[in-house]
Write a protein that binds this ligand. Structure first.
Ligand code: FAD
Ligand code: COA
Length: 402
């Protein structure tokens, strides 16, 4: 595959770099300190056309590719992790699933919200179903002409700021389970959608992570997103769409690592010890070289995964390439942000320095969106071309009879 960027992609990257390094860089520390959702950045992202880039032109978007999108995310995350994540969710994940599988009305509704600055929330994880997402207990029971949804999700990015929600739930008709479907609900419109407590997160503090409760939330069938192969394969198809978000999350990790590396490279040439810049020492040469190698490898994996969408039947990134890219980029970002802080010595350990924020922000990506362990199992299952069930026969719970 050829990752030579087109003139249009280079222009897109230049435009996002200008925005990122201007007002976004100036606000990043404040966003982290105040833990406030950056509505000012959202306004500028909408004006720049970075919300709904992947939405087809006939719904008001730009019909851009995932490769285009990761170029923008990379630039945003180099200065501000939360802004990078906002661009992910404004172009991938929930909006991707709705634009691929939704009815005309659903597409128009979702496109309208996103293009006017709403970053959708995707609601999969529950307290008892994290990695084991297929064990979710949130259920939608068909009663007369509506689905009645009950359950609870947690760690939902954008809880309380997002309006559009795509909620994964088990669907029941006449008491019989039909499979897992996606339901569209709008905060402040859909009765029974309740925003719960906010998590005091370690990093990426500009976006709330909250519980979301569904209490007899009534959803009409026209708000159910039915994946192409029906509810029985609903979870699989929804996860196929979710692969784009995994590439996006990996890109935020990459951007954070790049931003930290740039700070370290600059400082290493300015800070003097033993009568010379610390960049003159071989110990530093090898650290900086290792960082640059890891960044280049991650960027290639990310761009390869994003570009794979153009060749896949569903139009989403390849599942294994997305997982490989996210595992590598997320673990790389933990190492590189830490090494960059090391280059700064004590100055890097100060809260007046952005590096401690980069370290905290980068820590998340090996956890959310499928942990590094779960994604390795996914890659292995694709290498071996068979399912690798994590529910082992014969396991007996201590003190129980399960
Ligand atoms: P667990 O599943 O309890 O795992 C705990 C540990 O056990 C991990 O290290 C894991 O790798 C390991 N483990 C578990 N099972 C296996 C196995 N079979 N083999 C090997 N190791 C295993 N969810 C949403 O739905 N929407 C969101 O918007 C969202 N945003 C998030 C934002 C943040 C900042 C965070 C931290 C999480 C977010 N999540 C979201 C939830 C996230 O997807 C889950 O945290 C993740 O899937 C892991 O689930 P868990 O935290 O319950 O960990
Ligand atoms: N892309 C496409 N299809 C996927 C997929 C992906 N990323 N992940 C799973 N699937 C499909 C499987 O191929 C399988 O399809 P099948 O029914 O045709 O066999 C189906 O979904 C169920 O997957 P399986 O691996 O059998 O599920 P499981 O019960 O063992 O659960 C997962 C494992 C999928 C939940 C686990 O691998 C996972 O991804 N956990 C993390 C959840 C997550 O990312 N949450 C983020 C919330 S923001």
């Amino acid at each position: 595959m050829d990752f030579e960027l087109t003139a249009d992609q280079k222009a897109l990257r230049a435009k996002s770099r200008e925005l990122a390094r201007g007002s976004f860089a100036a606000r990043a520390a404040e966003i982290d300190r105040t833990e406030q959702y950056p509505w000012g950045n959202v306004k500028e992202l909408v004006e720049a056309g970075f919300f709904g880039m992947t939405i087809p032109k006939r719904y008001g978007g730009q019909g851009r590719s995932y490769l285009d999108t990761v170029l923008v995310i990379d630039e945003m995350a180099q200065v501000c992790g939360p802004s990078g994540r906002i661009v992910v969710e404004a172009n991938m994940g929930a909006i991707g699933a709705i634009m691929a599988y939704g009815s005309e009305d659903q597409k128009k509704l979702a496109a309208g919200l996103v293009l006017s600055g709403d970053k959708p929330a995707i609601c999969i994880t529950e307290p008892g179903a994290g990695s084991a997402a297929t064990e979710m207990t949130t259920r939608a029971d068909k009663r007369g002409n509506v689905y009645v949804v009950n359950g609870m999700k947690h760690w939902i990015t954008g809880g309380g700021v997002s309006r559009l929600h795509l909620i994964f739930a088990r669907v029941f008709e006449n008491g019989q389970e039909q499979g897992i479907g996606g339901f569209i609900a709008i905060r402040d419109e859909t009765k029974g959608l309740i925003i719960g407590k906010r998590e005091p997160a370690m990093g990426l503090r500009g976006i709330p992570e909250t519980q979301i409760l569904f209490q007899d939330m009534e959803i009409t069938p026209d708000r159910m997103v039915i994946p192409p192969r029906g509810l029985r394969k609903g979870f699989a198809d929804l996860m196929d769409a979710y692969n784009s978000q995994r590439v996006g999350a990996g890109t935020v990790a990459l951007g954070l690592a790049q931003g930290a590396y740039d700070l370290a490279l600059d400082y290493s040439q300015k800070r003097e010890q033993f009568g010379r810049p610390i960049a003159e020492f071989q110990g530093l040469h090898w650290m900086m070289a290792d960082m640059s190698i890891q960044l280049a490898a991650a960027r290639l994996l990310i761009q390869r995964a994003a570009a794979s969408a153009a060749h896949s039947p569903g139009g989403f990134p390849d599942v294994a390439m997305a997982a490989q890219a996210k595992v590598f980029a997320s673990e790389m970002a933990i190492r590189v942000t830490n090494d960059a802080l090391q280059v700064w010595g004590a100055a890097g350990y100060s809260r007046n320095n952005p590096l401690e924020r980069y370290v905290r922000d980068a820590r998340m990506f090996a956890i959310a969106g499928g942990t590094a362990q779960i994604l390795r199992t996914l890659v292995a299952s694709r290498i071996l071309n068979r399912k690798l069930p994590q529910t082992r026969d014969g396991y007996v719970k201590r003190g129980g009879d399960a």
